[in-house]
Design a protein around this ligand. Structure first.
Ligand code: NAD
Ligand code: 44H
Length: 382
């Protein structure tokens, strides 16, 4: 069994690659970072260090690695005979990997079963997005795309920080992990991945993960950044930051319970578990990694505006979520391209235009005036 995995970064090596390896797949990593690919191509193994409660070391071996920019033909050939393709590149990068996957699918021998494609990104229905991009790159003369590929959405959860320089290919991760995959597109032929959980209705799991783990995480990052703190665990050790994060998760809990029917006590236990994961002092995770790409995080269906808009539509005015969004508007890490772009938008556009551009909320949406006020307050500070 062979899996081609795009994105040999933190989650690629520390989670998806590990679980595919443990499931018995030969993993072919495809990435555009040349030094990383050269290192992987030369290595026979790397270790995943799970830190926190019940620490462990897992070894990944038997993989290969290709540069998908300079060795595209080889990647296409690997995909043409693979069983599974996964990605962990970031939602905005899916459009760049889609044409290569389309070419691999077009070259697939007719006798092979459909390629099983799963995007493992922090975004709602990222595989649908990848599917759309592959369709856009698809040459109809190659036949019916949906006859040669199966697309399944997933939700992936494991905190994998940026790795310390000098650590080589080894990855430090938390012990917790969850990979939930929509079973239904496979029509009885789902891949066997013992570390993954297959469900019939993925929607509630994706939203619960994004609007709890990622909303809480990003809140800790932006409040922590504003407090001058470097690590997420330090931010969570600050009582004022921790209280604000808790308040944010109270609001998303209200939405998730009302919308998906999660039992309140179970959702509360989920929240508690997640808060304890953020405080893991063994995990060297930083507010700038977790806060990265604020424009994406302030997007319409993302971790802040997504739940806040739905609460507003239900007649509930979010308070803590808006406070977290206000902190996000103050995330001005100069090394982050999106933070720089956000600062530019704040200085060039009027508040309503910033809200429309960044959040894609329309002026008639019930959340719009509150977000506009946040932007006006931010702009008044200069
Ligand atoms: N790190 C985590 O804790 C975590 C957990 C769950 C989900 N995720 C999601 O996984 C995705 C990746 O996150 P990460 O933390 O591993 O980031 P990362 O930056 O460590 O890894 C991304 C990798 O993608 C590669 N890449 C960029 N453009 C590419 C292209 N065109 N083709 C092939 N490879 C390309 C980069 O070189 C990099 O190695 C994101 O969507 C993120 O939200 C991350
Ligand atoms: O990857 P992002 O930028 O969408 O979000 C940053 C972190 O919140 C994220 O990577 C978490 O560590 C991860 O989603 C945990 O499962």
């Amino acid at each position: 069994m062979k899996a081609v995995h795009f994105g040999a970064g933190n989650i690629g090596r520390g989670f998806v690659g590990l679980l595919l390896h443990e499931a018995g797949y030969e993993v072919v990593f495809a990435d555009v970072a040349d030094a990383l690919i050269s290192q992987l191509a030369e290595a026979s193994s790397y270790d995943v260090h799970e830190v926190g409660e019940n620490p462990a070391v897992k070894t990944v071996e038997g993989f290969r690695a290709l540069n998908s920019a300079t060795q595209e033909a080889a990647v296409v050939e690997e995909i043409s005979t693979a069983d599974v393709v996964t990605t962990a590149v970031g939602p905005h990068i899916l459009k760049f990997v889609a044409p290569v996957i389309a070419r691999g699918l077009a070259a697939r021998p007719a006798e092979l079963p459909p390629l099983q494609i799963m995007a493992c990104e922090n975004a709602i229905n990222a595989t649908d997005l990848l599917h759309t991009e592959i369709r856009a790159a698809w040459d109809d003369s190659a036949g019916d795309l949906d006859a040669v590929a199966v697309f399944a959405n997933t939700a992936v959860d494991r905190i994998v920080p940026n790795q310390a320089p000098g650590q080589g290919l080894d990855v430090t991760v938390e012990t917790f992990f969850e990979w939930v995959i929509d079973r239904t597109p496979f029509k009885g032929n789902a891949p066997v991945i013992p570390g993954a959980t297959f469900v019939d209705e993925l929607g509630p799991y994706i939203e619960r993960k994004l609007f709890t783990v990622n909303t809480g995480h990003a809140s800790a990052a932006y409040f922590g950044y504003a407090a001058g703190l470097e690590k997420i665990s330090d931010a969570m050790a600050d009582p004022a930051v921790a209280a604000k994060v808790r308040a944010v998760l109270e609001e998303t809990k209200e939405l998730l319970v009302a919308k998906h029917g999660f039992v309140e006590a179970e959702q509360e236990a989920y929240v508690q578990k997640i808060l304890s994961r953020f405080t893991n002092p063994h995990l060297p995770d930083t507010v700038v990694r977790v806060g990265r790409a604020p424009l994406r995080k302030l997007g319409r269906h993302e971790r802040f505006v997504g739940p806040a808009a739905e609460l507003a539509e239900r007649g509930v005015t979010p308070v803590a979520l808006l406070e977290a969004m206000s902190a996000a508007l103050r995330f001005d890490d100069g090394a982050d391209d999106e933070a720089v772009e956000l600062a530019k938008l704040l200085s060039e556009l009027d508040a309503a235009a910033v809200v429309e551009r960044v959040t894609e909320l329309t002026p008639t949406h019930p959340l719009f005036p509150a977000v506009q006020k946040l932007v006006e307050d931010r702009q008044a500070e200069g």
